[in-house]
Write a protein that binds this ligand. Sequence first.
Ligand SMILES: *[C@@H]1O[C@H](CO)[C@@H](O)[C@H](O)[C@H]1NC(C)=O
Length: 207
Amino acid sequence: MILSVLFCLVCMMGNAFGGEGYGIELERPPYKLATNQPKDRSYEVREYAAANWTSTQMDSASSKSSEAFMRLFKYIQGRNAAGATIDMTAPVTTHIAPGPTIFDMKRTMSFYIPQDFQADPPAPTDTEVYIEERQPMTAYVRSFPGWASETENWVNVYKLFEDMKRNGVDEDTVDLTSFYTAGYNSPMRFIKRHNEVWLLSKTPNRT
Ligand SMILES: *[C@@H]1O[C@H](CO)[C@@H](O)[C@H](O)[C@H]1NC(C)=O
C-alpha cells in the first residue's frame, strides 16, 4: 500500500517534469517520412537530413554511459570554445558497432545540435568530445516503451530486422555492421518512456 502510493508519487513527479522528462519539449532532428512505409506499421522509415551532432566514444570497459552522457552534457552547459549554453535536444543516440572481435565493440553517444548552432557548432574543449557531421540517412525505426537495457536494444534490433524482411526489404540494402539506439526521456521520467532502435539503409534516399 505505502509502496504503491510512493510509486504513484514518483510517477506524477516524472510526468510533471514535462513531455520528455527534461522539463520542456526538446528540439529534435528534422526528418521526413519515406513514401515506402511497411503495410503492417511494425516500424517507420525516416529520412533524416544531414546534421551536426556532438559525440563521444564509450568504447572502453570503464567508460560508462553515464560518464559519456556527462561529457556531452557539460559541452552543452558551456564546456565549448564559445562558452555557449546549448539547449538539450532529443533523442540521445548511441551508435553501436560490434566490430570483428568482442573487444572491438565501439559505442558512440551523441546529442543532436539544435538549429541555433547547427551551421557552426562551437568546438568542444574536452578532447574526448567532438562534432560529428552526419550525412543524410534513411533509418528503419522500431519504437518500444520502458527502460532500454542493452539486452532490450538487441532484442528490438533483431525484431526490427525480422519485420523489415517480412515487409520485403532486401537485406543487401541494409547496413548490418552497426545500429543506433535512441532514447527520448530523462532518467527522471518513469512512465510513457519512448525508445527506438534504428537500422540504416546503405544508400540513403535523397528526396
Ligand atoms: C556542420 O558544421 C560545420 C562547421 O563546423 C558546417 O560547415 C556544416 O555546414 C554544418 N553542417 C550542417 C549540416 O549544418
